[in-house]
Design a protein around this ligand. Structure first.
Ligand code: GCU
Length: 578
């Protein structure tokens, strides 16, 4: 009996030591991974499916000291160890677990991942482990030591493992838990599949003691010939000399950082501007000492002026489509360059110059492919429907996800819009929450436009009104509407006019209706292609009359899995809105 009393003390002590020791492994986000010295940890990982989190909690639901993260092995035949990664099932990383094993299609809970590797670190070098994303809550351990925790299923994170890694038999263990929570971001209810796992690449990054951790290089807001930004080093000892080179434009700038390794930069540059017609990317080399990062960056300006959106000073119309991050052929979470190429090529085939990547940050391959293919991007964080607006931890989580995606994608010319929310209910707490996110985005990136996919309401039976108070704080007003699908029949659109209370550009960020591919019938019969066609015809006729309309992204490029769509032989857990 005494043993149990003792066990209560141990977990508290454990927690304290954990918290303090973890901090030393937490690392600022390193950017531009693809041009660094890396070792991929992709491929098959051993997994343990752990619905009761037995590998983390004891029978009193207290954190265990000897959890699965220890990767323990019986030392003698009489030893009691009730798990063994090395004889357990394997899953591929990157990849969601739901589409790799039918038994896990609906699984929400914990899965432990283990990957062993050898690594020889050279003197004067540092080593980081980088995750493209893990849905949703990841606890990361190396050789039994906790590195830290990351919350949020769609943004990258990394840890420094220089002092922990050994030459042989390192074991990296990640507890990934995709359980939905009321206070999480997203919250309990979404219209997309809750794909769990190490859904994007896992990479070891080796850098010198002092290295280029991050940089921001874009045209200054409203200027077509001034590059402005900053460089941030990690491990800088005193002031360091840094250079920024754009060889093709015969540009080489040399600056000196402050003692913390930070330096703002600004210089005049006559550059070929990036646009959908001509997605010009420049090779840009950022270097310090023996460390250099080579990136491919497009330079363009994006502004809102009155009801116009200006790209490089010229008005544009965003001809778009919405896309969920699902793999075009195999299904499941998309992650590869090929997935990105196919999805964006389909969008281009439709005549798009713009895509709304719903409702969470998509993988970096998608954004870099949009850069290369000349497709403008609406990037969004999963502040979706009814989040816990009053909860400071929920706000901190949303803010962190926003900061991580801006950190990762701020040098991508294709990204023109940061969206802080989708279909959220107007209210004081919500407004305050979202304004806080907008301020965060503006403080991190003064060059791009802020938006949100808001809802409209009826001023009277024939007048749609776009007057969400959040609009005051946005540059572009996003609005979702489903006239003809959730709201009446397609012909209803013929009698509707739109009233927008602000002199700002309007983008209809969602509209449309379902159709099962190949199902034909009368245009009044739901789910038929004829019904969908009829709906779009009435929609486009209505939207053409909206004076401040500057873009649209119909819902959606491709059918996608949703747990909210069970209708047999029609939906079968797919949203059929493509
Ligand atoms: C909403 C929502 C989407 C959803 C769509 C639908 O507007 O933003 O995530 O899938 O409607 O109902 O199909």
């Amino acid at each position: 009996m005494n043993l149990k009393r003792v066990s209560l003390l141990a977990p508290c002590l454990l927690l304290v030591t954990f918290c303090t020791s973890q901090a030393q492994f937490e690392a600022p986000l390193i950017t531009s991974i693809s041009s660094r010295a890396t070792t991929s940890l992709n491929g098959p990982w051993q997994i343990i499916v752990d619905p009761y989190e037995t590998g983390y909690y004891d029978y009193r639901f207290q954190p265990r000291a000897d959890g699965y993260f220890k990767n323990s092995k019986p030392k003698s035949p009489s030893d009691l160890i009730e798990y063994d990664f090395d004889s357990s099932q394997q899953l591929n990383v990157p990849g969601d677990w739901n589409t790799q094993d039918d038994k896990l299609l609906f699984y929400e809970g914990t899965v432990w991942y283990k990957r062993s590797f050898d690594y020889v670190t050279k003197p004067g070098r540092r080593l980081f482990v980088y995750f493209g994303a893990a849905n949703y809550l990841a606890d990361v351990y190396l050789n039994g030591q906790k590195l830290g925790r990351h919350e949020g299923g769609f943004t990258p994170f990394d840890f420094e493992i220089t002092t922990l890694v050994r030459e042989k038999n390192n074991f990296l263990i990640v507890k990934v838990d995709n359980k939905r929570r009321r206070d999480a971001v997203p919250t309990l209810n979404t219209d997309w599949w809750n794909y769990g796992g190490l859904t994007r690449s896992v990479t070891l990054i080796e850098v010198p003691n002092t290295f280029i951790q991050d940089y921001f290089l874009q045209l200054k807001k409203g200027s077509l010939d001034e590059v402005s930004g900053w460089i941030k080093l990690s491990g800088a000892i005193g002031k360091q000399v840094v250079s920024v080179e754009i060889p093709e434009a015969s540009i080489k700038q040399t600056i000196t950082t402050d003692a913390a390794g930070y330096a703002p930069i600004a210089f005049k540059a006559k550059l070929h501007l990036w646009s959908p017609q001509d997605p010009k990317l420049y090779e840009v080399i950022v270097a310090t000492g023996d460390n250099s990062v080579v990136d491919r960056i497009g330079f363009r300006t994006i502004e809102a002026r009155g009801t116009d959106i200006l790209l490089n000073g010229k008005p544009i119309f965003l001809r778009g489509v919405c896309i969920h991050e699902e793999a075009p052929v195999r299904g499941g979470r998309a992650f590869s360059e090929e997935d990105a190429r196919i999805l964006l090529a389909w969008a281009k085939d439709l005549g798009c110059n713009f895509v709304r990547l719903a409702h969470y940050p998509h993988n970096e391959n998608m954004i870099r492919m949009a850069d290369a293919m000349g497709i403008m991007v609406w990037s969004e964080i999963p502040v979706y429907w009814t989040i816990m607006w009053d909860d400071p931890a929920t706000f901190a989580n949303a803010k962190n996800q926003l900061s991580e995606v801006i950190t990762r994608d701020k040098n991508r010319a294709s990204v023109i819009l940061w969206s802080v929310a989708n279909e959220t209910p107007v209210g004081d707490a919500r407004n305050k929450f979202l304004v806080g996110l907008i301020d965060q985005a503006r403080s991190l990136d003064p060059t791009r436009l802020l938006t949100a996919a808001n809802e409209r309401r009826y001023l009277d039976p024939n007048t749609q009104l776009v007057d969400d108070p959040l609009g005051e704080h946005l540059d572009v007003l996003g609005c979702n509407e489903y006239v003809g699908w959730y709201d009446g029949l397609p012909e209803k659109a013929d009698h509707l006019t739109w009233k927008v209370n602000l002199n700002k550009p309007l983008v209809i960020s969602e509209f449309g209706g379902d159709a099962l591919f190949g199902l034909h019938g009368d245009k009044n019969v739901r789910w038929t292609e004829e019904y969908q066609k009829n709906l779009y015809e009435h929609q486009l006729a209505m939207l053409r009359k909206v004076p401040s309309l500057r873009g649209m992204s119909p819902w959606i490029l491709m059918d996608f899995r949703s747990p909210r769509r069970p209708l047999p032989r029609i939906q079968d857990f797919y949203n059929r809105r493509d």
